[in-house]
Write a protein that binds this ligand. Structure first.
Ligand code: NAD
Ligand code: UDP
Length: 328
């Protein structure tokens, strides 16, 4: 049985990847330090003989007994509000954490796929974003901690590929959503759906003209899976090109949830990208992949999940308390 290590396993994407690899017949080792994740995302795998969980901070030396065939490095805060609150951990997991995982991949002769992001394009001056666009990132702005960690992550990954001949893959993930997102992580879909469930007004940042393109988790996981087993070592965009403004999206959520609340406007956070849409021609060509799930269907599934959460989850303080996780 092939063995795969998935970091960030207790998070949103990591937990879905654990499910996918188990369903495809792999032995999965999940690793997480719970800084933004939740053990409940892995509860259903507790008794599964093909799943093992290790609580560990990947910025510290990683020890895995036995062989490893694949590594998927997904550990990192991913919501702008999370990484603004834990900026140094965000920089460390993208840099030191990635270095540790590349070293582990080299020692085990494993293929490694790292989770990069559309944020490497910053506030893009090219639209839609193609993989050959170098990006427009403010290195010293508040979002720079995430964007630059991910850009460094891509650089060190390519260096291991070129210098050590390591088998590497880089996925540039565009806004992905679905069940198991943290209701209070601050990202726009949990934010709007949580507000609808609590009977609060929906908070639009800026005038709502900024755009995003939302990909349902099952499509994302399928794209990542295909990329891992392709022979392409350069970055590949995986996302849904169906673009919408945040203002129109708020109206869509109001219709879908049936809330009687209205929208209210807050300041646009610094360096919030004004437009974002993946060009997925490369993924279509080399992976024969494109998203299949329409936004309406994906949003319904996601809202159905949020409705199952307890009122404690719904009313839990707006953001996670990171104090217990922070060492330096
Ligand atoms: P998430 O916050 O739900 O999951 C991240 C997980 O990583 C959490 O369980 C967290 O506890 C864990 N983690 C963080 N630092 C760690 C450390 N030092 N050691 C061990 N575990 C650690 O976020 P997500 O949306 O599932 O994102 C997963 C990955 O995908 C991230 O690398 C993120 O940058 C990338 N990504 C996600 C999106 C998206 O739209 N969801 C978009 C672009 C990139
Ligand atoms: N946003 C918003 N209201 C919210 C949360 C987010 O208008 O309550 C906006 C945010 O400013 C951004 C977009 O929604 O323009 C997507 O934000 P998210 O945090 O989901 O991720 P991003 O794509 O910025 O990384």
């Amino acid at each position: 049985m092939k063995r795969v290590l998935i970091t960030g396993a207790a998070g949103f994407l990591g937990s879905h990847l654990c499910d996918k690899f188990i369903s495809e017949g792999f032995h999965v080792i999940g690793m997480d330090n719970f800084i933004t994740g939740d053990i409940r995302n892995l509860e259903h795998l507790k008794e599964n003989a093909n799943f093992k969980f290790i609580e560990h901070d990947v910025t510290e030396f990683i020890n895995i007994e036995g062989g490893l065939d694949y590594i998927l490095h997904f550990a990192s805060p991913a919501s702008p509000i999370d990484y603004l609150k834990i900026p140094i951990q965000t920089l460390k997991v993208g840099s030191l954490g990635t270095h540790n995982l590349l070293g582990l991949a080299k020692a085990k002769n494993a293929r490694i796929l790292i989770a990069s992001t559309s944020e490497v394009y910053g506030d893009p001056l090219v639209h839609p974003q193609t993989e050959d666009y170098y990006g427009n990132v403010n290195t010293i702005g508040p979002r720079g901690v995430y964007d630059e960690a991910k850009r460094f992550q891509e650089s060190i990954t390519m260096a291991y590929h070129r210098f050590h001949g390591l088998e590497t893959r880089i996925v540039r993930i565009f806004n992905t959503y679905g069940p198991r997102m943290r209701l209070n992580d601050g990202r726009v879909i949990p934010a709007f759906m949580g507000q609808a469930l609590r009977g609060e007004d929906l908070t639009i940042f800026g005038d709502g003209s900024q755009t995003r393109s939302f990909c349902y988790v099952d499509d994302q996981v399928e794209g990542i899976y295909k990329l891992l087993f392709s022979d392409y070592a350069y970055p590949v965009n995986i996302g849904n090109p169906y673009e919408i403004s945040i203002g129109d999206f708020a109206e869509e959520i109001i219709r879908l949830t049936g809330t009687t609340q209205k929208v209210v406007y807050h300041d646009l956070p610094k360096d919030d990208p004004l437009q974002r849409q993946p060009d997925i021609s490369l993924a279509k060509k080399i992976l024969n992949w494109e998203p299949k799930i329409h936004r309406e269907e994906g949003l319904k599934k996601t809202f159905a999940y949020f409705k199952t959460l307890s009122s404690e989850d719904l009313y839990k303080s707006e953001h996670k308390d990171f104090k217990h996780h922070i060492k330096n």
